[in-house]
Design a binder for this molecule. Structure first.
Ligand SMILES: Cc1ncc(COP(=O)(O)O)c(C=O)c1O
Length: 400
């Protein structure tokens, strides 16, 4: 049976079909290989597989599994990358990237505004392994250039950032990184390849939390790295094979089902998020709305150059600080009070006391995360119902 060739195909087709190599059973849906290891005909065949460097040989599911492989090929094709390595979580993707590309004495440059655990990994753990880290204002390209040192090997950004939706100039930072002989890694979690393809803008590695939009229905935790074949099949695979931050085959299968609807879902998330952001701007309780698709966003023009739409995430600042933020969150009736994002269900959270609670107050202030900030991951419910729930939570009468 003919395998699907992603060359010159569109994202909607790649999301549904890339990576599947149909087996002798002629299955239509992707097969789920729940097996820890694979069997050899002879001792010699086993020795050849274990001794070789081929990433195509099925040996042991810590580093080779056919279902995980379909997920890897599909995500690589969507991102326009040569290869992908799937990991157990988004954080294990970040950790795998750092520990497979950096060594003691190296220097990492990252942005001040990032997901809290990423900041913690960089500031608390990497220095224990002799890797030094500096944080720079995301949008200040000159500051990145000034902070580069001869030992700088990796630049790391999220764009848009969690939770403030700041935008990094990927092309400019790629130039800074490459002039220094370093790699640029971009966490593409908020946009997904449907809205933004950082490799085409010059980035070297994409980081994903598959837990978010790639799954899309809040079921499994996973992550991935996408980049050149040399890097992924070389150092990154070597690290994965030895250290084992592996994606389970079951989770890969669930993510494959998620990828099939990713382009459709992202379009719906974006449409509702823009409409909700515009409505939030009209509310007197709200002092700021952070959404790259609004022309009031400080980097709106850059965001619209890099992204095909604003995304599904909206943050707002409330006049009444933490008390008002918590009151809003406590009063919603339909929205889910949970820290996850990228789900079909709209979620609402208070970053300062949840997703960014474990970084210091100083680091939160540096990243611009105030006590009055609320983050909404706009789901796939009818946006009129999302808006009505928020309106009643803000105190409107008869809004539901
Ligand atoms: C932007 C971003 N990157 C990475 C992660 C980490 O992903 P995971 O929770 O799958 O480890 C998250 C989690 O919220 C995130 O928002």
């Amino acid at each position: 049976m003919q395998d699907f060739n992603p060359i010159n195909k569109h994202a909607d087709s790649i999301a549904v079909r890339a990576g599947q190599h149909r087996g002798p059973e002629r299955e239509h849906a992707e097969a789920l290989y729940l097996t820890s290891s694979f069997v050899f005909e002879t001792a010699e065949q086993a020795a050849d597989a274990f001794g070789g460097d081929s990433v195509d040989e099925n040996i042991y599911s810590r580093f080779t599994n056919p279902t995980v492989k379909i997920f890897q090929e599909r995500l690589a094709a969507l991102e326009g990358g040569e290869a992908c390595i799937a990991t157990a979580s988004g954080m294990s993707a970040v950790q795998t990237l750092c520990l497979s590309t950096l060594k003691a004495g190296d220097h990492l440059l990252a942005a001040k505004g990032m997901f809290g655990s990423t900041t913690n990994l960089f500031l608390k753990f990497l220095p224990r392994w002799g890797i030094s880290v500096d944080l720079v204002a995301l949008s200040d390209v000159d500051a990145w250039r000034a902070a580069v040192r001869p030992e700088t090997k990796l630049l790391f950004v999220e764009t848009p950032t969690n939770p403030l939706m700041e935008t990094a100039d990927i092309r400019a930072l790629a130039t800074v990184a490459h002039d220094a002989g370093a790699l640029l890694a971009v966490d593409n979690c908020f946009c997904t390849p449907v809205l933004q393809r950082p490799l085409a803008l010059g980035a070297d590695v994409i980081v994903h939390s598959a837990t978010k939009y790639l799954d899309g229905q809040g079921r499994c935790v996973g992550g991935a790295l996408v980049g050149s074949k040399a890097l992924m099949d070389g150092e990154v695979m070597g690290y994965l094979r030895t250290c084992g931050p592996t994606m389970s085959a079951f989770n890969a299968w669930v993510f494959l089902k998620g990828l099939e609807t990713l382009p459709l879902r992202m379009r719906a998330h974006c449409e509702s998020a823009l409409s909700l952001a515009q409505w939030l701007q009209t509310r007197t309780e709200v002092t700021a709305v952070h959404y790259p698709g609004l022309d009031t966003h400080p980097q709106h023009a850059l965001a619209m150059l890099q992204q095909s739409a604003g995304g599904g995430m909206v943050s707002l600042e409330l006049k009444g600080g933490k008390a008002a933020a918590w009151e809003l969150i406590d009063r919603v009736q339909m929205l889910s009070r949970t820290g996850n994002l990228g789900d079909a269900k709209t979620t609402i959270t208070h970053p300062a006391s949840t997703t960014h609670a474990r970084i210091s107050a100083e680091q939160r202030a540096e990243a611009g995360i105030t006590d009055g900030l609320v983050r909404i991951s706009v789901g796939l419910e009818d946006v009129r119902d999302i808006q009505a729930d928020l309106a009643q939570a803000l105190g409107d009468q008869n809004s539901i």
